[in-house]
Structures are given as C-alpha cells and as structure tokens.
Design a protein around this ligand. Structure first.
Ligand code: UFG
Length: 347
C-alpha cells in the first residue's frame, strides 16, 4: 500500500496516543511515536504492533527536553504532522504541583511548535485539548458548542490546556507555514476490542471507568459515587463518555483535513463527544447490565471541583471532519472490562 505522510505522535504509549497510533497506521499513515514512559508502559507500543502487525517506529525521549525532542526530527526529517498528546493530566496532582505541570506541559508544546516550524516546510499540529476549558457550563450553553465561552480554569492542568491553545493561536498568526487543530475531548473511556491496549492508571484510579473495572476485578472494595444530590434527574453528575477508538479516529480525520484541505482555516477547534449525557448512576448500571458483574457501590460526598453536567454538541466535527462517535456505551464498557480482565489475568 502507498503510505500517506509521516505523523509524529507524542505520548504514543499513553491511553489516547496508543489508540490513535493504531488508527493512523490502519488509515495508511507512516508514524513515529515518542514517549518517555513517565506515566505509560512500553507494553502499549507492543500492543500497537500486535494489533497492526507492523513494527512501529518509536523513540524513547522526553518532549520537555529540547535536545531530546530534537533527536526525533533529526531521525525522521519527513514528519508532516504531529499529534501532541504528551502531557501530565491529573487534575488533583496539578493543584499540588503547578510548576511541574506548567514546566512539562507548556515546554513540550513550545518545543514541538518550534521544531515543527523551524524547517521552513508546512507544519501541522493536532493539539490534545479538553472540555475542561469550558468549566461549569451555563445551562443555556448545553450541549456545549465550540462557541461556548472558555471559563477561568479551576486547576493548573486545565490552565495548561487553555494556555497551550492560546500559544498555538498566536503561533499560527506568526508562522504562515503552521496549521493547528485543537480537539477538545469530553470523557474518553473503553479499550481496543483486541484488549491489547487500554487505560493503565498509576495507583488509585481517579477516573470513573478504570475505578469501576478495578472494583469489578476485586482490586478496589467498592466504587464511591461522588454526590447524589446534584441538580440532575438521578442526583449524580452527567458527562459525555466517548469511546477511545472513536476519539482516535477523529485525530486521523483532523490530520487528513490539515494535510489535504488547502482552503481550511489555519486554526480550528472541534468538540469531540457523542452529544449524549449520561449520569454516573446510568453508567454504573449499564456496566452491570453489559458485563453481568454485580458492582458494589455506595454514595459518598461530592468531589471538590466536579462539574455538575456537561455534554458536547459535536455537530461541527460531525459535518466538517465527517466523523461521529457511534459505538454504543454498553459495548464500550464491555471492552473496558475485557481489557481489565486481560491485564489482571481474570478468565
Ligand atoms: N466519579 C465517581 N467516583 C469515582 C470517580 C469518578 O463518582 O471514583 C464521578 C465523578 O464525580 C464525575 C464522573 O464520575 O462525576 C466522571 O469523573 P472522571 O474523573 O472520570 O472525569 P471528569 O469528568 O471529572 O474529568 C475528565 C478528565 C479530566 C478533564 C475533565 C474535564 O479526566 O482530565 O474531564 O471536565 F479535565
């Protein structure tokens, strides 16, 4: 097969990065992955290789070190686009270690932009952003479109996403060769159908689905649902849970568009969600129905900083990227459970 151009994927061994590597390879792109394994494992790259039956070009390097990062561009001068996942992403940790978060997340973005634009060639960057930039949406703004106001960030993690978007916007104005697509993810969940790659949190999972699957696997005694007195139909928070493989495919569409659409805007933003909100309780019940596992859970006080309800208006991505997130959530939760079972060696 004739290969499309080469795409650099930073954070390639991470949760969304590894799934995106698979989709890029399946779509015919050449890739090169980079990761320093600070919060990921080489096992994910092996998983990508097994799924795609290819040897994946990969360099272990730290994107927040300019010298380290530059090695990749020397080894692969044919990079046409980059998808930038590499970043610290724990909200609570970012509150305790803001400097570490700014240093890592901002530096790597600056170096990437500099390295991409220093060759005098066309440079395309897809930036991994988050719906966290919208904060707690006003009810009249639900579902959230790209026009909804960006609110002051409630954590240094969220602020790095906002700052990186702004930095890229300025860089696009300054460097004619640069195009950027910022993708604002809602809540990515699930794992590849092969169960060879998936989410692998360090320590106690902070996110709902890995906590659910670890509880189902007997690693945690019960799930605590944070708050059942919110202003929602069942009192629990509402989110837009998007399948990680669907999300990964949106990155391929974004790269396609930047590489092959001449008249497209130089800076663009897309919300990536399903367009459907699901409560924590609905998600827990769907998990039990889909997997047949009886999940122990109880209600606990609200978690500080949680948004009550947020879900996407994905119309722009649907029409312009010709993409939609269609995998049913019960199927997604089965995949998440299959992954947990495989890594815990549960039959
Ligand atoms: N939840 C529980 N119990 C848990 C874990 C989570 O009840 O053990 C609830 C939360 O209170 C929330 C929902 O499940 O209502 C989803 O929580 P997650 O932590 O999975 O996801 P968040 O929506 O809080 O955070 C996600 C990303 C962040 C990003 C944020 C943007 O993980 O990186 O969306 O809103 F910043």
């Amino acid at each position: 097969m004739n290969k499309k151009g080469r795409v650099l994927v930073t954070g390639a061994a991470g949760y969304i990065g590894s799934h995106t590597m698979v989709e890029l390879i399946n779509a015919g792109y050449s890739v090169v992955g980079v990761d320093n394994f600070s919060n990921s494992s080489p096992q994910m790259i092996k998983g990508v290789e097994e799924i795609t039956s290819t040897k994946v070009p990969f360099i272990e390097a730290d994107c927040s070190s300019k010298e380290d990062f530059a090695r990749i561009f020397e080894a692969y001068p044919d990079i046409e686009a980059a998808i930038h996942f590499a970043a610290f992403k724990a909200v609570g940790e970012s509150v305790l270690q803001p400097i570490r978060y700014f240093e890592n997340n901002i530096r790597s973005l600056l170096y990437l932009t500099e390295l991409m634009t220093s060759k005098g060639k066309r440079a395309n960057i897809v930036f991994s952003s988050s719906c966290t930039v919208y904060g707690e949406p006003d009810p009249e703004n639900l579902p959230i479109s790209e026009e909804a106001p960006v609110k002051p960030a409630t954590s240094p993690y969220g602020r790095t996403k906002q700052m990186c978007e702004e930095i890229l916007r300025d860089c696009v104005r300054a460097y004619p060769e640069l195009k950027v697509t910022a993708l604002r993810y809602f809540n990515p969940i699930g794992a590849h159908p092969s169960a060879l790659i998936g989410e692998m949190p360090n320590g106690v999972p902070q996110n709902l689905v890995p906590f659910i699957t670890q509880t189902a696997a007997g690693i945690r005694s019960e799930l605590k649902i944070f708050g059942n007195d919110y202003d929602t139909p069942d009192g629990t928070c509402i989110r837009d849970y998007i399948y990680v493989c669907d999300l990964a495919k949106a990155h391929v569409s974004a790269v396609d568009r930047m590489l092959y659409c001449e008249e497209c805007p130089k800076y663009d933003i897309f919300n990536l969600g399903t367009g459907r909100g699901l409560s924590v309780l609905e998600l827990v019940n769907t998990f039990m129905e889909a997997t047949g596992v009886d999940l122990p859970f109880s209600y606990a006080p609200r978690r500080e900083g949680d948004i009550v309800k947020v879900w996407a208006k994905p119309d722009k991505a649907n029409s312009i990227l010709k993409w939609s997130a269609d995998t049913p959530v019960d199927q997604v939760l089965k995949y998440a459970w299959n992954w947990e079972k495989r890594i815990r060696e549960i039959e």
